[in-house]
Design a protein around this ligand. Structure first.
Ligand code: FMN
Length: 176
C-alpha cells in the first residue's frame, strides 16, 4: 500500500516521530507546509502527525481545507504532547478533531519533548506564566499536562519523553 506521513512540527519532536514511523513502514515523510495536496491524493494511506499546541492539533487544518483527503483511503492521526498517556486527555482531543473534520479518525498519542532554551521568546514567556499559575494549585488538583509543564519548566535542561516504543500501536494499525 502506498503510504505517506505528513507532519507539522514546531520544535522537531513530531518530525522525529514521523521519520521513525516512515523508516519502519518504508515510506516517505513530508512537512505539511511543503506537501503538495494533489500529490497526497495519490496515496492509499495518509498518516498525519502533529504537535499539540494549546490543546489543538494544527495539522487538522489540512483536512479542514482539503476534506477530499478523507475519502477513499486509510487515514490516521498521531498527536505529540507532554503529559503521560491518559484516556481523558485523548478522548477530549479525539472529540474535538471529529467535530472539526466531521469524521472519526483513529488518533494515536505520543509524548514529545520540551527544551525551553530553544523555544521562542514568546513561547518561553507563555510557559513561565503557566508554570507560575499551575504551581499555585495543590498537586492533587493538577492535570497531567499542568504537572508536566511545571516539571519541564523547573528542570535544568531539556525534557525528553520520546521513545520508539510509542509508535508501536500506530505501526500495528498501519500494517493491519
Ligand atoms: C506554544 C506551545 C503550546 C503547547 N501546548 C501543548 C498542549 O496544549 N498540550 C500538550 O500536551 N503539549 C503542548 N505543548 C508541548 C508540545 O506539544 C510538545 O513539546 C511537543 O513535543 C512539540 O512537538 P514539536 O517538537 O514537533 O513541535 C505545547 C508547546 C508549545 C511550544
Amino acid at each position: 500500500m502506498k503510504a505517506i506521513i505528513v507532519y507539522e512540527s514546531e520544535y522537531g519532536s513530531t518530525k522525529k516521530y514521523a521519520e521513525w514511523i516512515a523508516a519502519e513502514l518504508g515510506c516517505d515523510s513530508v512537512d505539511s507546509k511543503s506537501a503538495d495536496v494533489k500529490e497526497l491524493a495519490n496515496y492509499q494511506a495518509i498518516i498525519l502527525g502533529s504537535c499539540i499546541h494549546g490543546g489543538t492539533v494544527p495539522v487538522v487544518e489540512l483536512l479542514k481545507s482539503y476534506p477530499v483527503l478523507l475519502e477513499d483511503r486509510k487515514i490516521a492521526l498521531f498527536a505529540v504532547g507532554m503529559p503521560p498517556y491518559g484516556s481523558d486527555y485523548l478522548a477530549e482531543l479525539q472529540q474535538s478533531i471529529s467535530e472539526q473534520v466531521g469524521a472519526d479518525i483513529p488518533l494515536f498519542y505520543m509524548r514529545g519533548a520540551l527544551d525551553l532554551a530553544k523555544m521562542s521568546q514568546q513561547h518561553q514567556e507563555i510557559f513561565k506564566m503557566l508554570e507560575q499559575k499551575f504551581s499555585e494549585k495543590p498537586l492533587a488538583e493538577r492535570s497531567g499536562l499542568e504537572q508536566s509543564i511545571i516539571e519541564a519548566c523547573q528542570k535544568d535542561g531539556p525534557s525528553d519523553w520520546m521513545s520508539k516504543e510509542q509508535i508501536k500501536p500506530l505501526l500495528d494499525w498501519a500494517t493491519a
